[in-house]
Design a protein around this ligand. Structure first.
Ligand code: AMP
Ligand code: ZN
Length: 138
């Protein structure tokens, strides 16, 4: 399905131009216009999925397989020292475009970028309670 009012549906289909690094019948990979670092790319499926919850397993598998290839191409081309793969779901998680997209963000020694969250020390009981809740829901 394609959504008429969706920016990334339009970019994925090519009706809005993008700085494309790769495309095939299922996906487009293009440069983020506001890159977090040099070489920041986005992978989008041509089909519209709002977020990770909506995506079917076959598309997800193909998408991650493609991501491994793009990651290696970024490393080869940019000589980056590392890479963050980020994917935001929901406004609270930082999602601003409601069409699934995977960020591939090259990292460079000393880039000073901060993608860190604020970890807290969990008690074993807390981990166990949450572990059971998630496990039951799979
Ligand atoms: P997110 O915050 O995870 O929803 O990420 C949306 C990303 O899309 C941001 O990093 C934006 O810089 C990027 N973005 C928005 N519009 C465009 C566009 N027209 N072309 C390329 N990247 C875009
Ligand atoms: Zn879309």
């Amino acid at each position: 399905m394609i959504k008429d009012d969706c920016l990334f549906c339009k970019i994925a289909s090519g009706s809005i131009p993008s700085a494309t690094v790769y495309e095939d019948s299922n996906f487009r990979v293009f440069m983020d216009v506001n890159p977090a670092s040099k070489g920041h790319c986005l992978i989008v499926p041509r089909e519209h999925f709002d977020n990770v919850y909506d995506m079917d397993a076959e598309t997800a598998g193909r998408l991650f397989s493609l991501a491994t290839g793009i990651a290696r191409a970024q490393r080869k081309a940019l000589k980056c020292d590392g890479l963050n793969i980020v994917q935001n779901n929901g406004a609270v998680a930082g999602q601003t475009v409601n069409h699934f997209h995977l960020h591939l963000i090259p990292r460079y020694e000393g880039d000073g970028m901060n993608l860190l969250w604020n970890p807290h020390k969990a008690e074993p009981e807390e981990l166990e309670e949450v572990r059971k809740m998630i496990r039951k829901s799979i």
